[in-house]
Design a protein around this ligand. Structure first.
Ligand SMILES: Cc1cc2nc3c(=O)[nH]c(=O)nc-3n(C[C@H](O)[C@H](O)[C@H](O)COP(=O)(O)OP(=O)(O)OC[C@H]3O[C@@H](n4cnc5c(N)ncnc54)[C@H](O)[C@@H]3O)c2cc1C
Length: 391
């Protein structure tokens, strides 16, 4: 047995892949990322980072960056869709005390850039589309669309909801359209309303997280980029999703049509949107296992979930840190390490995936049951695998 660093290849350089890359690199692995895109820049949207995701960011060493570009919301404000009357306003101050980290709102490219900066630039290979993957005697092999092949001691599949790696390991599975579509957009903060409701009775702060709740959908607005922009997520129930593409350029007119009759202040903000995308929301049935031999899945490749609990990226970050921690404890037997990762992570990922679906179904019931508790999600620390919740 030599002492050379173990080589781990990562297919896909999104949030999950880059978290895994940073955490593995920090633990002495030789890491290489293979990303399909020609560049790592992208059109970006807001991501909510629950305390469990912020804890991962802290362990990776990007908490200072996060504090610069992300926003800690002061309160959750719930408004009626048509009159903008206040349903409730809840303080978010308890998050830090209760779960050991704050809840934060980030612009995805800002978070992505901070993770990328933790990995040597020459470890990231762009324009590499994985076409197939197999286990070999002492490792695993990935083949790319350009005909090249690489071998590593283990391979992490972090290639998102349409994962080629998952398909190669576990076969085709049907992605389920969840009858939800959504638009995502951003406006400068000065274009977001500050007084709403009858006679302008409800004052909104630039640090508020605002939910407009209606019978056919909900619109979530929160600040990103140090509070300079308001991120808009407009979700709507729809039986139809005719487009083949899952995320397409949309238009303000299309949004205004979908939200006809909603409050004027909200529609006024929509009119200020310069560009927006429409998404069909899909998920899949949970996988029984995320691992086969020397190949393991992280993120949406393992557990594509509905955005109802805002946990897709957070779980991807947890996976990335956990796989590095566990493989570092099994450097001489990576196959056993991957099995241990599967045992630890699969039950949790599966439960979040199913609860996100359950919460979505609950939201649509005429009398909504109380919200599913997320304490067990937020209290978790992927650096230790333990959950702590203060009273
Ligand atoms: C509308 C919406 C709102 C959301 N809001 C939130 C939120 O508030 N909070 C939250 O935590 N999560 C949220 N999510 C979920 C979150 O965006 C995803 O769960 C998360 O980005 C998954 O990360 P990932 O790294 O697994 O996959 P991705 O971010 O999809 O990255 C996969 C990467 O793999 C690359 N790739 C794909 N195929 C190949 C291939 N064959 N070869 C090489 N590379 C490949 C892709 O180019 C991409 O860079 C939301 C999702 C949606 C749709």
């Amino acid at each position: 047995m030599g002492h050379r660093a173990k080589r781990i290849a990562i297919v896909g350089g999104g949030i999950g892949g880059m978290t895994a890359a940073a955490a593995l690199y920090q633990r002495g692995f030789e890491v290489t990322v293979y990303e399909r895109a020609a560049s790592l820049g992208e059109v970006g949207f807001g991501l909510q980072l629950g305390p469990n995701a912020v804890k991962v960011a802290r362990t990776i060493g990007i908490f200072d960056e996060l504090k610069r570009f992300a926003v800690q919301p002061s309160a959750m404000v719930s408004l009626k869709w048509d009159t903008a009357e206040l349903r409730y306003r809840n303080s978010w101050d308890r998050m830090q005390r209760r779960f050991g980290a704050p809840y934060m709102m980030a612009h995805r490219p800002d978070l992505h850039d901070a993770l990328i900066a933790k990995v040597p630039a020459n470890a990231i290979h762009l324009n590499k589309t994985c076409a197939s993957i197999t286990n070999s005697k002492d490792g695993a092999t990935a083949t790319f669309a350009d005909g090249t092949q690489i071998e590593a001691d283990a391979i992490v599949g972090a290639d998102g909801i349409h994962s080629v790696v998952r398909k190669a390991l576990f076969g085709e599975s049907i992605a389920r359209f969840t009858n939800q579509i959504c638009w995502r957009a951003m406006v400068p903060m000065e274009d977001a309303p500050s007084q709403v409701g009858p006679a302008g009775a409800v004052a909104l702060k630039t640090t508020d997280y605002i939910g407009w709740i209606g019978p056919t959908g909900h619109v979530i607005c929160y600040p990103v980029r140090g509070g300079k922009y308001m991120n808009i997520f407009a979700g709507r129930v729809s039986e139809q999703w005719a487009d083949e593409s899952w995320s397409i350029l949309s238009s303000v007119d299309e949004m205004l049509q979908a939200y006809a009759g909603w409050n004027d202040a909200l529609l006024g903000m929509f009119r200020k949107i310069k560009s927006c995308y429409r998404w069909g929301i899909y998920d899949r049935e949970p996988l029984e296992t995320w691992v086969n031999g020397r190949i393991g899945l992280v993120g949406d490749a393992a557990h594509p979930m509905m955005p109802t609990l805002a946990q897709g990226a957070a779980q991807s970050m947890e996976d990335g840190l956990a796989i590095a921690r566990i493989l570092a404890d099994h450097k001489d037997d990576l196959a056993s390490g991957l099995k241990a990762y599967d045992r630890e992570r699969q039950p949790r990922g599966r439960k979040v995936q199913l609860q996100a679906r359950e919460q979505f179904n609950n939201n649509r019931k005429p009398v909504a049951p109380p919200p599913i508790s997320t304490d067990w999600i937020y209290g978790y620390d992927a650096d230790t695998g333990e959950t702590k919740i203060a009273d």
